[in-house]
Write a protein of this length. Structure first.
Length: 601
């Protein structure tokens, strides 16, 4: 994605107008102190130039003509020492206050991003462009916020110093000030141009950079280490990673070469102008129009101006770059959340009528054909539903719609007559519990894995009861530190579990919440047949009075369901209980008998 220069300038102004109030809100005291410190440090070089001029003239008079008072020299030296000490002290304060301010800004923005990411509709996570944006945001929020603040303060400080130094030159002769102004223009223009180019490059390279990082994670990852050795795909992925790395690297190198070559021309022209100024000073000096003190102070002023111009050009270019990145953060924070003002109705405190799925259709943002087409059925409170079908039939998509993670494109879902589009998502989530096939194995303690964020996270008896229901109670008792044992191999002293044990831990989370609706998406996929049988044998007891929706490929588990819904290509092709569907001799009966033969053989 590229934007033109006019739009880039608008972006910079927009970022200033939005970011400055945020900065003053998060770090008001630090901001004011940093501004004051930069003003002081901006004026110190100007004062130093005046002192150098006086000191050189007094020392020259004292040395050459044996005139003047030594005490005046010592007084000027004392002032110079005070200025140097003040400059260092201000730099110390700027560093300490700035570091703390950077931490506060980083924390504030990262917290904003966490809150935002958890409140976005799940549909965003199906879009590659969202991950591109997230990559840029994650990169930008770490240091970009404070960099922008620091750059703005640096530019302001440099301008104050530059105005003071140019005033000194102007007080001697206008031609010196004119030459300095000529130096400034090309430096700023070249830096600003390439600052915009760097931003455009970063934007266009984001998908490829994300793939580079992904390939690197595969090559480093513990989860892929086994297959990497078995299938010996490391040379292939390394080649793929190397190709992408150097493609983006060569583009960055080409931009750096073009930037530095243009800046080299700017610096050469500035050196020529410097020599011209010195020649002018020598001409004035030879005619007696300036003292040695004037010459030394003016040449020092010129050197400082040269340094400031270079820094000013870089800072202005960096402001473009940083502003355009910060704009990504602000744009991310502007994304529409699922908690819209139209979704303010409460979830029924207790379901008394039914859940009705009416003509539901849904299409993923990255797909052209729908995953669900015209789905209609009802669920009575306390009813146990099984959803079956081949892979890709739409089972997981359907339960995500029932959970409100996806909103229907067409049709609706009603809970006791209340449209899911109008229900407050937070209130709805408090009334549902779910275990997904692609559950998370948190590299945290067993307690945190089971009771993540639950009010009873410190209630051992409550957690152990939930673990027992999932068949993992005995395992918890054998762990080195019980519930406080670190699980997983990522961190020191972590206790790794098998796939089935992790799945039981995930099941335990579902039992922590006394939810009206429980959804189990392949809850026993990683369990051995015996463990699976134990879970389903206790199915009716464990979920007594709960509305339960279960997805399973193992149709023997569907015997416990009050109703079975058979999906094919996103449509319902059969509906009924286990006995009814077997008697119908349709798709369900065929799948059931096929599985039965496999177990019997």
């Amino acid at each position: 994605m590229q934007i033109n220069n006019a739009d880039k300038n608008k972006v910079v102004l927009s970022v200033f107008s939005r970011f400055m109030p945020l900065m003053l809100k998060v770090i008001p005291g630090a901001t004011l102190l940093l501004i004051l410190l930069r003003i002081i440090t901006a004026l110190l070089p100007v004062a130093q130039i005046y002192i150098v001029k006086e000191l050189v003239d007094l020392v020259t008079l004292l040395f050459t003509q044996q005139q003047g008072i030594a005490s005046e020299v010592y007084f000027i030296l004392s002032l110079q020492a005070l200025i140097l000490i003040a400059d260092r002290f201000c730099s110390y304060l700027d560093s300490v206050i700035g570091f703390r301010a950077q931490q506060k800004l980083k924390f504030y923005f990262e917290q904003l991003l966490i809150n935002k990411a958890t409140q976005l509709p799940l549909s965003y996570f199906d879009r590659p462009d969202y991950y591109d944006q997230l990559e840029r945001v994650a990169f930008g929020v770490d240091v970009k916020g404070f960099n922008l603040v620091n750059l703005m303060l640096t530019i302001g400080s440099n301008i104050i110093t530059l105005v003071g130094l140019v005033s000194i030159l102007l007080s001697f002769h206008w031609i010196l000030a004119a030459i300095v102004l000529i130096m400034i223009i090309p430096n700023i223009l070249v830096n600003a141009h390439f600052g915009k180019q760097k931003y455009n490059q970063a934007m266009t390279q984001t998908p490829e950079q994300r793939k580079v990082h992904y390939l690197l994670r595969i090559l480093h990852s513990r989860s892929s280490a086994k297959e990497a050795r078995i299938y010996d795909y490391v040379p292939y992925l390394t080649y793929k990673w190397r190709s992408l790395f150097w493609k983006t690297g060569d583009e960055q190198y080409d931009l750096r070469k073009r930037t530095d070559s243009k800046m080299l021309l700017v610096y050469v022209s500035q050196i020529a102008l410097d020599i011209g100024v010195i020649i002018v000073l020598i001409m004035f000096g030879s005619s007696g129009a300036l003292t040695i003190g004037h010459y030394v102070s003016l040449t020092q002023a010129l050197q400082q101006i040269q340094s400031i111009i270079s820094g000013l050009g870089y800072s202005i270019a960096a402001v473009y770059e940083e502003s355009l990145f910060i704009n990504e953060v602000l744009h991310f924070l502007d994304l529409e959340e699922e908690n819209s003002k139209d979704r303010d109705r409460k979830f029924p405190e207790k379901l008394t009528s039914q859940i009705e799925v009416r003509n539901l259709s849904f299409t993923y943002a990255t797909h052209t054909s729908p995953q669900l087409k015209g789905i209609s059925f009802t669920i009575s409170p306390g009813e146990k539903i099984a959803i079956v079908g081949e892979n890709g039939a739409g089972k997981s998509t359907l339960v995500k719609c029932l959970l409100g993670l996806y909103l229907p494109n067409e049709g609706t879902i009603l809970f006791d007559g209340v449209d899911i589009r109008t229900i407050d998502p937070k209130g709805m989530r408090q009334n549902v519990s779910a275990v997904f096939q692609d559950f998370e194995s948190y590299q945290l303690t067993a307690r945190e894995n089971i009771a993540m964020g639950h009010p009873k996270i410190d209630d051992d008896a409550y957690i152990e009861a939930a673990a027992a229901k999932a068949g993992v109670g005995e395992l918890i008792g054998k762990l080195p530190n019980g519930l406080d044992t670190e699980l997983g191999a990522m961190f020191h002293n972590g206790h790794e579990l098998s796939g089935g044990q992790w799945q039981k831990i995930a099941l335990s989370r579902a039992f922590m919440r006394d939810a009206q609706i429980v959804i189990l998406d392949e809850p026993t996929a990683a369990l051995d047949p015996r463990a699976e049988a134990e879970i389903y044998d206790n199915f009716a007891t464990l979920y007594e009075g709960k509305t339960t929706i279960m997805i399973s490929h193992r149709l023997s588990s569907c015997r416990h369901a009050d109703k079975i819904i058979v999906l094919h290509n996103g449509e319902i092709i059969e509906e009924g209980n286990h006995e009814t569907l077997l008697a119908a001799q349709g798709a369900y009966a065929e799948m059931f008998h096929t599985q039965a033969k496999r177990y019997a053989s």
